[in-house]
Design a protein. Sequence first.
Length: 364
Amino acid sequence: MNPSSLFPTRHNALAQQAAQACLDLLRSARPPGGSPLNTVLEMANTLELDRRTARQSFVVRSHGAPQRSTRISAWPLWFSTDSAEKPLLYLHRCSSSAQLCAVSAETAARGILCNDSETQTSPWPKGADPSLALWLAHNPHCLPFDPATGAEAEAIILEALQRLYIEGQPGFYYLALHDHELQLELELTPEQRQAALQGMYKVTDTTAHPAAGRARLLGAGRAFAQVRAAADLLQRDWKVASQLWSCPSYTRLAREAAAAQHWNRLHPGQEKRGSHLQRCLADDSAPVIAVTGYGQAVAEQLRPHLKAELVALGTDSFDAARDPRRGRCPEARWIAVLALKSLADAGQLPMQCVEQAMATYGLP
């Protein structure tokens, strides 16, 4: 059951006005910068401290950070005398799918839910039980994102305000927030910004002269740092060129591709619909290495929609008996080796390169 069905819809012109006030303020404010977590915290502070939006939005902080407001739960909002829905930014720390399901029920599957569990010491990858990522991927009311940079997080928050409260779309947005600042471009171009909201955008190309091969490397969230480091290894040590892509939402990519596939199946006589994933990656046959800080299944969602070889890597991709790094984000050396293996399988490199790389990087 959709939790929002338990309560009457309160979206109306007042909700649109409130969201527009929030958007106007955030767009005019100085770009927060920094890590995704720092960016979202600064945006929350801006909404709370400015008199133009303090009463036009709800900021809930249940994640244990120093409180600027007294709201630590969304339950009291259901007893509010306000007749209109207001933008909800919920900062929380959920380490399991059960906890996140409870937060979703608390908010009636609405709002922008931001989880900073990745910043905590935990035996689990990204500070959360593996079931949480699967719950996110299979919840039709949720659109999950795993931003790599503060610029990505800012773009997603603004998009969520527009889609949920201006346009009145159902459901909620989810952001996994880490507190590491990746040294990428401080701002996204308009084209990158729009592509990021659709699930992926190209960051850069690395070249090698002469190139021994080319791979396409995808990374989400904090894992993107390892993907970029792997591209450097491939270029420096093996003369392999790379195309680097940041993927804030593997789930959005897979859902859109599946929806296009479903529509094409039901309308065989009409022009086929494409998807953002296919437009980005269907132009050649270079192998695709998709890396996530969640379990491998999150990146595996792309497989049915790609013609090129896909190697999906997650925190459960390695054998703990052979590699003590199991349970952590795949690191650059493994990503580089598996890219070489894909090229060797395609006949573009000798298999000896793979064996040499494993010995060079000290991999078991």
